[in-house]
Design a protein around this ligand. Sequence first.
Ligand code: ZN
Ligand code: ZN
Length: 291
Amino acid sequence: MKLTILGSGTLYPKKDRKPAAFLLKTESAKFLLDCGFGTIARLVEMQIDPREISGIFISHFHTDHFADAFSLIHSRFVADLYEEKKEHRKIPFWGPRGTEERYKNWRKIFWPEPAEAYLLEFNENTGEFGFEDMIIRTFVVRHVPYFESVGIRIESAGKVLIYPGDIGSNTDLREMVEISRNADLLLIEPGSEKPTPNHFTIEQTQKLSGAANVKKTVFIHIRPNDEDRVRKFVEGSDKFEMGKRPASRQSRNPDFILIFWIPAWGGNDKSGVSQFKIIFKQTPRSALDID
Ligand SMILES: [Zn+2]
Ligand SMILES: [Zn+2]
Protein backbone atom coordinates (compact mmCIF):
# COMPACT_ATOMS: atom_id res chain seq x y z
CA MET A 1 0.00 0.00 0.00
CA LYS A 2 1.06 3.55 -0.69
CA LEU A 3 -0.40 6.56 1.02
CA THR A 4 -0.41 10.07 -0.40
CA ILE A 5 -1.21 12.83 2.04
CA LEU A 6 -3.40 15.27 0.14
CA GLY A 7 -4.25 17.26 3.22
CA SER A 8 -2.81 17.10 6.74
CA GLY A 9 -4.60 20.21 7.99
CA THR A 10 -7.93 21.23 9.46
CA LEU A 11 -10.88 23.53 8.83
CA TYR A 12 -8.74 26.60 8.26
CA PRO A 13 -6.45 25.74 5.37
CA LYS A 14 -3.04 27.18 4.76
CA LYS A 15 -1.15 27.29 1.50
CA ASP A 16 0.95 24.37 2.60
CA ARG A 17 -1.59 22.41 4.65
CA LYS A 18 -5.03 21.57 3.31
CA PRO A 19 -8.06 19.91 4.95
CA ALA A 20 -8.07 16.17 5.54
CA ALA A 21 -7.71 13.84 2.58
CA PHE A 22 -5.53 10.78 2.06
CA LEU A 23 -5.20 8.66 -1.03
CA LEU A 24 -4.46 5.00 -0.43
CA LYS A 25 -3.25 3.01 -3.38
CA THR A 26 -3.28 -0.76 -3.24
CA GLU A 27 -2.58 -3.20 -6.07
CA SER A 28 -6.11 -2.81 -7.40
CA ALA A 29 -7.72 0.19 -5.70
CA LYS A 30 -7.41 3.93 -5.28
CA PHE A 31 -9.23 4.64 -2.07
CA LEU A 32 -9.90 8.04 -0.52
CA LEU A 33 -9.79 8.44 3.23
CA ASP A 34 -11.79 11.58 3.88
CA CYS A 35 -12.45 14.24 1.31
CA GLY A 36 -12.29 17.70 2.85
CA PHE A 37 -12.86 20.83 0.81
CA GLY A 38 -10.22 21.32 -1.83
CA THR A 39 -9.62 17.60 -2.33
CA ILE A 40 -10.77 17.53 -5.96
CA ALA A 41 -8.34 20.32 -6.79
CA ARG A 42 -5.57 18.54 -4.88
CA LEU A 43 -6.18 15.35 -6.86
CA VAL A 44 -6.05 17.21 -10.15
CA GLU A 45 -2.90 19.08 -9.06
CA MET A 46 -1.30 15.73 -8.39
CA GLN A 47 -2.42 14.45 -11.78
CA ILE A 48 -4.82 11.91 -10.32
CA ASP A 49 -8.02 11.63 -12.33
CA PRO A 50 -10.97 11.76 -9.90
CA ARG A 51 -12.56 9.04 -12.07
CA GLU A 52 -9.85 6.64 -10.93
CA ILE A 53 -11.04 6.75 -7.31
CA SER A 54 -12.63 3.39 -6.60
CA GLY A 55 -14.06 3.99 -3.13
CA ILE A 56 -14.46 6.73 -0.53
CA PHE A 57 -14.38 6.64 3.25
CA ILE A 58 -15.88 9.54 5.22
CA SER A 59 -15.01 9.71 8.92
CA HIS A 60 -17.57 12.39 9.84
CA PHE A 61 -19.54 15.34 8.60
CA HIS A 62 -17.27 18.30 9.33
CA THR A 63 -16.39 20.07 6.11
CA ASP A 64 -12.65 19.58 6.50
CA HIS A 65 -13.33 15.83 6.10
CA PHE A 66 -16.42 15.72 3.97
CA ALA A 67 -17.15 18.82 1.89
CA ASP A 68 -15.79 17.57 -1.45
CA ALA A 69 -17.09 14.00 -1.17
CA PHE A 70 -20.32 14.53 -3.10
CA SER A 71 -18.92 17.22 -5.38
CA LEU A 72 -16.43 14.58 -6.48
CA ILE A 73 -19.36 12.52 -7.80
CA HIS A 74 -20.72 15.52 -9.67
CA SER A 75 -17.25 16.17 -11.12
CA ARG A 76 -17.06 12.58 -12.29
CA PHE A 77 -20.51 12.73 -13.80
CA VAL A 78 -19.53 15.75 -15.87
CA ALA A 79 -16.13 14.32 -16.73
CA ASP A 80 -17.80 11.14 -17.98
CA LEU A 81 -19.98 13.26 -20.28
CA TYR A 82 -16.89 14.83 -21.79
CA GLU A 83 -15.86 11.38 -22.91
CA GLU A 84 -18.81 10.26 -24.96
CA LYS A 85 -20.77 7.25 -23.80
CA LYS A 86 -18.37 6.53 -21.03
CA GLU A 87 -20.17 4.57 -18.36
CA HIS A 88 -20.45 5.91 -14.85
CA ARG A 89 -18.65 3.52 -12.59
CA LYS A 90 -20.39 2.80 -9.28
CA ILE A 91 -18.71 4.28 -6.22
CA PRO A 92 -19.06 2.74 -2.79
CA PHE A 93 -19.00 4.98 0.26
CA TRP A 94 -18.16 3.97 3.78
CA GLY A 95 -19.31 6.50 6.33
CA PRO A 96 -21.28 7.23 9.48
CA ARG A 97 -25.01 6.67 9.71
CA GLY A 98 -26.71 9.48 7.82
CA THR A 99 -24.30 9.63 4.88
CA GLU A 100 -26.92 8.63 2.27
CA GLU A 101 -29.51 10.99 3.71
CA ARG A 102 -27.00 13.81 3.54
CA TYR A 103 -26.28 12.89 -0.07
CA LYS A 104 -30.00 13.23 -0.89
CA ASN A 105 -30.13 16.61 0.81
CA TRP A 106 -26.98 17.72 -0.95
CA ARG A 107 -28.50 16.73 -4.33
CA LYS A 108 -31.43 19.08 -3.70
CA ILE A 109 -29.12 22.02 -3.04
CA PHE A 110 -26.13 21.49 -5.31
CA TRP A 111 -27.18 19.06 -8.04
CA PRO A 112 -30.90 19.45 -8.62
CA GLU A 113 -31.12 17.92 -12.13
CA PRO A 114 -33.45 14.98 -11.38
CA ALA A 115 -32.70 13.01 -14.54
CA GLU A 116 -29.01 12.87 -13.83
CA ALA A 117 -28.00 9.87 -11.79
CA TYR A 118 -24.86 8.23 -10.57
CA LEU A 119 -24.77 4.78 -9.04
CA LEU A 120 -23.56 4.92 -5.46
CA GLU A 121 -23.48 2.44 -2.62
CA PHE A 122 -23.60 3.55 1.00
CA ASN A 123 -22.15 1.37 3.74
CA GLU A 124 -23.26 3.03 6.95
CA ASN A 125 -23.19 0.12 9.37
CA THR A 126 -19.89 -0.52 11.08
CA GLY A 127 -18.34 -3.89 10.42
CA GLU A 128 -16.04 -5.77 8.11
CA PHE A 129 -16.17 -5.50 4.32
CA GLY A 130 -14.22 -6.99 1.49
CA PHE A 131 -13.49 -4.47 -1.27
CA GLU A 132 -11.06 -4.98 -4.15
CA ASP A 133 -7.89 -6.31 -2.50
CA MET A 134 -8.70 -4.77 0.88
CA ILE A 135 -10.35 -5.88 4.07
CA ILE A 136 -12.08 -2.83 5.47
CA ARG A 137 -13.24 -2.58 9.03
CA THR A 138 -15.13 0.45 10.31
CA PHE A 139 -15.74 1.34 13.95
CA VAL A 140 -17.51 4.08 15.88
CA VAL A 141 -15.30 6.91 17.19
CA ARG A 142 -16.15 9.60 19.74
CA HIS A 143 -15.74 13.10 18.35
CA VAL A 144 -18.83 15.34 18.64
CA PRO A 145 -22.32 14.52 19.94
CA TYR A 146 -24.21 15.89 16.91
CA PHE A 147 -23.54 13.03 14.52
CA GLU A 148 -21.81 9.69 14.42
CA SER A 149 -18.10 9.52 13.58
CA VAL A 150 -16.36 6.41 12.34
CA GLY A 151 -12.79 5.24 11.95
CA ILE A 152 -11.33 2.71 9.56
CA ARG A 153 -8.85 -0.16 9.58
CA ILE A 154 -7.63 -1.30 6.18
CA GLU A 155 -5.67 -4.44 5.53
CA SER A 156 -4.14 -5.20 2.17
CA ALA A 157 -1.24 -7.41 1.11
CA GLY A 158 -0.48 -8.18 4.76
CA LYS A 159 -0.17 -4.51 5.80
CA VAL A 160 -2.50 -2.63 8.09
CA LEU A 161 -3.43 1.05 8.21
CA ILE A 162 -5.56 2.69 10.93
CA TYR A 163 -7.29 6.04 10.53
CA PRO A 164 -9.77 7.04 13.26
CA GLY A 165 -10.46 10.52 11.84
CA ASP A 166 -10.99 13.20 14.50
CA ILE A 167 -11.07 11.47 17.84
CA GLY A 168 -12.07 12.70 21.32
CA SER A 169 -10.02 12.33 24.48
CA ASN A 170 -12.81 10.37 26.17
CA THR A 171 -12.35 7.51 23.71
CA ASP A 172 -11.89 4.10 25.31
CA LEU A 173 -8.16 3.71 24.78
CA ARG A 174 -8.26 -0.06 25.33
CA GLU A 175 -10.64 -0.44 22.42
CA MET A 176 -8.42 1.68 20.19
CA VAL A 177 -5.38 -0.35 21.25
CA GLU A 178 -7.20 -3.55 20.24
CA ILE A 179 -8.15 -2.09 16.86
CA SER A 180 -4.66 -0.71 16.23
CA ARG A 181 -2.63 -3.68 17.48
CA ASN A 182 0.53 -4.24 15.40
CA ALA A 183 -0.67 -1.86 12.70
CA ASP A 184 1.94 -0.79 10.17
CA LEU A 185 0.69 2.78 9.98
CA LEU A 186 -1.43 4.89 12.30
CA LEU A 187 -2.70 8.19 10.97
CA ILE A 188 -3.70 10.19 14.02
CA GLU A 189 -4.30 13.70 15.28
CA PRO A 190 -2.41 15.14 18.26
CA GLY A 191 -4.88 18.02 18.13
CA SER A 192 -5.58 19.02 21.69
CA GLU A 193 -3.27 20.42 24.34
CA LYS A 194 -5.55 19.20 27.12
CA PRO A 195 -8.07 16.35 27.08
CA THR A 196 -11.33 17.42 25.41
CA PRO A 197 -14.32 15.40 24.21
CA ASN A 198 -13.51 16.35 20.61
CA HIS A 199 -9.81 15.77 20.05
CA PHE A 200 -6.94 13.57 21.17
CA THR A 201 -3.95 14.85 23.07
CA ILE A 202 -0.45 14.17 21.87
CA GLU A 203 0.18 12.11 25.02
CA GLN A 204 -2.76 9.88 24.07
CA THR A 205 -1.33 9.27 20.61
CA GLN A 206 1.91 8.19 22.24
CA LYS A 207 0.13 5.87 24.68
CA LEU A 208 -1.95 4.35 21.93
CA SER A 209 0.82 3.72 19.44
CA GLY A 210 3.11 2.38 22.15
CA ALA A 211 0.54 0.05 23.71
CA ALA A 212 -0.64 -1.20 20.32
CA ASN A 213 2.91 -1.71 19.06
CA VAL A 214 2.27 0.43 15.99
CA LYS A 215 5.14 0.38 13.54
CA LYS A 216 4.85 3.91 12.20
CA THR A 217 2.81 6.87 13.43
CA VAL A 218 2.04 9.88 11.30
CA PHE A 219 0.58 13.00 12.84
CA ILE A 220 -2.12 14.59 10.77
CA HIS A 221 -4.86 17.21 11.30
CA ILE A 222 -2.24 19.73 12.41
CA ARG A 223 -3.48 23.23 13.17
CA PRO A 224 -1.18 25.98 11.91
CA ASN A 225 -0.38 27.18 15.42
CA ASP A 226 0.19 23.65 16.63
CA GLU A 227 3.17 22.70 14.53
CA ASP A 228 5.59 24.03 17.11
CA ARG A 229 3.79 22.36 20.00
CA VAL A 230 3.94 18.99 18.28
CA ARG A 231 7.54 19.50 17.26
CA LYS A 232 8.57 20.52 20.80
CA PHE A 233 6.85 17.53 22.32
CA VAL A 234 8.56 15.14 19.99
CA GLU A 235 11.96 16.83 20.20
CA GLY A 236 11.78 17.54 23.91
CA SER A 237 11.39 13.99 25.02
CA ASP A 238 14.63 12.34 26.09
CA LYS A 239 13.19 9.04 24.92
CA PHE A 240 13.75 9.99 21.35
CA GLU A 241 16.65 9.78 19.05
CA MET A 242 16.57 12.36 16.34
CA GLY A 243 16.21 11.25 12.81
CA LYS A 244 16.48 13.23 9.62
CA ARG A 245 15.06 16.70 9.53
CA PRO A 246 14.22 18.85 6.59
CA ALA A 247 16.93 21.26 5.58
CA SER A 248 14.49 24.08 5.84
CA ARG A 249 10.87 24.51 6.71
CA GLN A 250 10.60 27.13 4.04
CA SER A 251 10.19 25.31 0.82
CA ARG A 252 9.59 26.70 -2.58
CA ASN A 253 7.36 23.80 -3.31
CA PRO A 254 3.81 25.06 -2.86
CA ASP A 255 2.67 21.57 -1.92
CA PHE A 256 5.15 21.34 0.91
CA ILE A 257 3.64 19.56 3.83
CA LEU A 258 5.52 19.02 7.04
CA ILE A 259 4.39 15.85 8.68
CA PHE A 260 5.64 14.22 11.81
CA TRP A 261 6.53 10.64 11.24
CA ILE A 262 7.51 8.48 14.15
CA PRO A 263 8.55 4.91 13.52
CA ALA A 264 8.07 2.33 16.26
CA TRP A 265 6.91 4.63 18.98
CA GLY A 266 7.22 2.54 22.08
CA GLY A 267 8.88 -0.44 20.47
CA ASN A 268 11.81 -2.31 21.98
CA ASP A 269 14.81 -3.70 20.22
CA LYS A 270 16.17 -7.14 21.03
CA SER A 271 18.48 -5.92 23.79
CA GLY A 272 15.49 -4.50 25.59
CA VAL A 273 16.60 -0.93 25.03
CA SER A 274 13.92 1.27 23.54
CA GLN A 275 14.79 2.66 20.17
CA PHE A 276 13.01 5.63 18.79
CA LYS A 277 13.55 7.59 15.70
CA ILE A 278 11.84 10.66 14.47
CA ILE A 279 11.80 11.65 10.90
CA PHE A 280 10.36 14.95 9.87
CA LYS A 281 9.51 14.19 6.35
CA GLN A 282 8.44 16.55 3.64
CA THR A 283 6.08 14.64 1.45
CA PRO A 284 3.99 16.31 -1.01
CA ARG A 285 4.07 14.60 -4.30
CA SER A 286 5.81 11.49 -3.07
CA ALA A 287 3.76 8.77 -1.48
CA LEU A 288 4.52 7.13 1.79
CA ASP A 289 5.16 3.42 1.53
CA ILE A 290 3.39 1.33 4.09
CA ASP A 291 6.04 -1.29 4.71
ZN1 ZN B 1 -11.30 17.90 11.50
ZN1 ZN C 1 -14.18 17.07 13.13
